[in-house]
Design a protein around this ligand. Structure first.
Ligand code: 5AD
Ligand code: SF4
Length: 446
């Protein structure tokens, strides 16, 4: 470890929690090499833009942002692009943006300190090799959230859904060893963190050669001090009976699953190569709900996938009503270069105005469902973990075990505490609440 100051580093992260977690690893690694984290780009010695490639929109934002960042750069500032878009574009990004010095994919962060040194000496490098052994086990993540921690348990993806760029940007699936995940969980618990979210592209397919996701949930859930365990995102096909039993039997595992459905039409699901039908998805939902009464479910849905007809879309709407999701992220299909969906026949492509209209209708149906379910919850009591001061600044923001957002009055010193809260109002999507009794976030035994 070196302690000489090498200046400041600013990382701007786009995309999913996995990227947020990778940024924490990069900050940690660079801190060990003498770089001090800063929270704005202005004047930073090193600026890293940690990117997402999932939709074209995400990439366009980054391209725009790279241009904007020029005005914060000193003549010797090193500008690097990391993450999924870096992996996807590689050296082409160096060609396209001449003020970018480094392009580093998700498996290349071990080399960050030396690549930055090289860039300072005038080198421009793209490093986009996959490293199937790389889990950054010896990195010490620099966490900025003192209440919750994201713990990567798996990198890459083997599913190859036809719309998805992730297998190309993050490579094949590999899992960390259970003992390493438990060690990291114990470390964050020792720092007073009581909630962990296990991260993986298809997190419930976790397998370290010896232990499956059921073992992992039970082991992490039993770490002293941990009161809440979440995970994202699972694939419906990987909810084995063992995994569902582990969820049901581990008291710290929260009663919420984010279960990407993508479409409610079996025809579309087949074209997406999701490997389940509408009925298969519904069966998974039923098994989960049977084992975990009151389970909250959220999802991801894509509209306008090639070949999606009006009837297919109607089936998505009816599936949304049938499941009764608590919330959903909705997307218009975005063709990603190199994925199988882009090679489907031209006549199957859904015109943009049709996709936009479907998206609007879908969002309206989801909102309506969320609203009526949330109204029905008014007056009920929930354990809320206070996470932060809300964006408007006057209230505290926390979450129930079911992942519902609740705003409550209180002091900043309550961040990290658990309180029993009665839900008193709802905007339709989030709640306001009143504390009915207080419990401190003291580490619990076992
Ligand atoms: N176009 C639109 N949405 C996509 N997603 C993944 N790839 C695409 C794409 N090409 C969505 C899926 C996934 C979420 C993270 O992003 O719904 O679950
Ligand atoms: Fe995360 Fe996927 Fe975006 Fe990569 S492409 S940052 S894995 S959402």
């Amino acid at each position: 470890m070196e302690s000489t100051s090498r200046g400041t580093v600013y990382i701007e992260t786009y995309g999913c929690q996995m990227n947020v977690s990778d940024a924490e690893l990069m900050y940690g690694r660079l801190a060990e090499y003498g770089y001090q984290p800063v929270d704005q780009p202005d004047g930073a010695d090193v600026i890293l833009v940690n990117t997402c490639a999932i939709r074209d929109h995400a990439e366009q934002r980054v391209i725009g942002r790279l241009g904007e960042l020029k005005r914060f750069m000193k003549p010797d500032t090193v500008l690097g692009v990391t993450g999924c878009m870096a992996q996807r574009l590689g050296p082409a990004l160096l060609e396209r943006a001449k003020h970018v010095d480094l392009v580093i994919g998700p498996d290349g962060y071990r080399a960050l300190p030396s690549l930055i040194e090289g860039a300072r000496a005038g080198e421009r490098v793209a490093r986009v090799d996959f490293d199937l052994e790389e889990h950054y086990e010896d990195f010490h993540a620099r966490r900025f959230d003192g209440v919750r921690a994201w713990i990567p348990v798996q990198r890459g993806c083997d599913y190859k859904c036809t719309y998805c760029i992730v297998p190309m940007t993050r490579g094949p699936e590999r899992s960390r060893r259970l003992a390493d995940v438990v060690r990291e969980t114990s470390e964050v618990a020792a720092h007073g963190i009581t909630e962990v979210t296990l991260l993986g592209q298809t997190v419930n397919s976790y397998h370290d050669g010896e232990h499956d996701f059921a073992d992992l949930l039970r082991a992490v859930g039993a770490v002293p001090g941990i009161r809440r365990v979440r995970f994202t995102s699972p694939h419906p096909n990987d909810f084995s009976d063992r995994v569902i039993a582990a969820m049901a039997e581990t008291p710290t595992v929260c009663e919420h699953v984010h279960l990407p459905m993508q479409s409610g039409s079996s025809r579309t699901l087949k074209r997406m190569l999701r490997r389940y039908t509408r009925e298969g998805y519904m069966e998974c939902v039923a098994r989960l709900r049977n084992a975990i009464p009151g389970l909250a479910l959220t999802t991801d849905i894509i509209v306008g996938f090639p070949g999606e007809t009006d009837e297919d879309f109607e089936e998505t709407l009816s599936a949304v009503r049938e499941v009764g999701f608590d919330d959903a992220f909705t997307f218009k299909f975005s063709p990603r270069e190199g994925t199988p969906a882009t090679r489907m026949p031209e006549h199957l492509m859904v015109p943009d105005d049709v996709a936009s209209e479907r998206l609007e209708r879908l969002i309206a149906v989801i909102r309506e469902g969320t609203r009526s379910r949330n109204l029905a919850l008014l007056g009920t009591r929930h354990e809320v973990l206070v996470e932060k001061v809300s964006r408007r600044g006057t209230l505290l923001q926390g979450r129930t075990r079911h992942h519902r957002t609740v705003l409550i009055p209180g002091k900043e010193s309550m961040i990290g505490e658990y309180h029993t809260v009665e839900l008193t109002g709802t905007t339709g999507s989030t709640f306001t609440g009143a504390i009915v009794s207080a419990r401190q976030a003291l580490p619990m035994a076992g």
